[in-house]
Write a protein that binds this ligand. Structure first.
Ligand SMILES: NC(=O)c1ccc[n+]([C@@H]2O[C@H](COP(=O)([O-])OP(=O)(O)OC[C@H]3O[C@@H](n4cnc5c(N)ncnc54)[C@H](OP(=O)(O)O)[C@@H]3O)[C@@H](O)[C@H]2O)c1
Length: 338
């Protein structure tokens, strides 16, 4: 009998995820009901927000329930279908299909994966997926960089940050990235065209910002929170904009993270801070794709994916997001591409 494997949340992690917080279970694949489709997972997206979903803090979606399959975005291929909408072999976006080798879904919840010539499937999980949309809406809709303005991006060599910084460059801004380690910083300035990069693991971020942003900062694309956010906010110019995309440095903390230390600066310098979650922008995805797809096809936008093999290692792989031990959008290849 055919079986599937899935990761189940057993308890809410305290601090970093520990063995036993999730459990890998194997079980028979049930028969399909009318209108259902069996999808074999090809790629699973691992995201910092997975850690938030494991907790029961106040958040933008219900937390994953104890005993439920861990939630996660995935792309898969149809293995069996009892729907006229999909046939065996179709590659589909399974939405939040979860940390599972197979998912049975109502066909209505699946969409065909886009397929552009010469573009690998993993691109639809990164630059042309939620990652690219997050970077585009955060930068273009909220950050709104103008030619000549100074933009700072934290976690700049990561999936979202690397795209966000390149978008700001394409819009004519000066872009400074903050990332951990020389190799990541060299990639930002050497290959992505950033105007400067700060290795926060080896230099003082405030001192480096003073050097690289002598005219202050107009846009802060915030991915990290904490001390890095403080250093950037305290150098923001009048009418500066801060798309608050993420605060990864705080996701393992039990306490609610504090806001910028110098909150008065928001008033005195008339800053706009706007938190955003990409799901709110999905109805407008076509606006972003109208720029992202040509940039990708013309080679103007670069991206990297870091693909780990096998669902079994998902818990260990997720830790990479918190140590930085990955290079680009973190994915798991759960099964071979058709
Ligand atoms: N608002 C939304 O809808 C949305 C959607 C997607 C992602 N996000 C957010 O965007 C941010 C980036 O996500 P991503 O998926 O693109 O992941 P990513 O940047 O590819 O990976 C996370 C990176 O964060 C950095 N990092 C981790 N802990 C840190 C710390 N304590 N201090 C400084 N840097 C740290 C590491 O980079 P280094 O190696 O440089 O240290 C790591 O590689 C996250 O905050 C995430 O929650 C938000």
């Amino acid at each position: 009998m055919a079986t599937l494997k899935r990761w189940v949340l057993r308890r809410r992690p305290a601090g970093e995820i520990q063995p036993g917080d999730l459990d890998l279970v194997e079980e028979p694949i049930r028969d399909l009901a009318e209108g259902e489709v069996l999808v074999r997972t090809l790629y699973l997206s691992l995201d910092p927000t997975n850690r938030i979903w494991m907790s029961d803090q106040d958040q933008y979606m219900p937390p994953v329930g104890i005993g439920d399959t861990m939630r996660g975005g995935s792309l898969g291929v149809v293995e069996r279908s009892r729907s006229e909408r999909f046939k065996q072999g179709d590659v589909v976006n399974a939405g939040l299909g979860g940390w599972t080798t197979h998912v049975i879904s109502d066909a209505a919840f699946l969409t065909p994966a886009p397929q552009l010539p010469g573009v690998p499937l993993t691109a639809y999980m990164s630059v042309l997926g939620a990652t690219g949309l997050t970077a585009w809406f955060g930068m273009c809709d909220i950050g709104k960089p103008q030619p000549g303005e100074t933009v700072v991006v934290s976690a700049a060599a990561g999936a979202v940050g690397s795209i966000a910084g390149q978008i700001a460059k394409l819009k004519g801004a000066r872009v400074i990235g903050i990332a951990g380690g020389k190799a990541k910083c060299d990639w930002l300035t050497g290959e992505l065209g950033f105007d400067g990069a700060i290795d926060y693991k080896n230099e003082d971020v405030g001192t480096a910002l003073d050097r690289l942003c002598p005219n202050g900062i107009d846009v802060n694309f915030e991915n990290v929170g904490g001390d890095i956010m403080d250093a950037v906010v305290s150098r923001m110019n009048n009418f500066g904009r801060m798309p608050l995309c993420g605060m990864i440095s705080t996701y393992n903390d039990a306490d609610r993270p504090a806001g910028p230390k110098d909150f008065a600066r928001v008033l005195m310098h008339r800053l706009t801070i706007r938190g955003f979650i990409i799901i709110d922008f999905l109805p407008r995805a076509a606006e972003a794709m109208a720029e992202l797809i040509p940039w990708v096809m013309e080679g103007k936008l670069k991206w990297k994916v870091h693909v780990d093999q096998g669902l079994e290692g998902a818990m260990d792989s997720l830790q990479r997001l918190f140590t930085g031990n990955h290079d680009g959008k973190l994915l798991i290849q759960v099964s071979p591409e058709p």
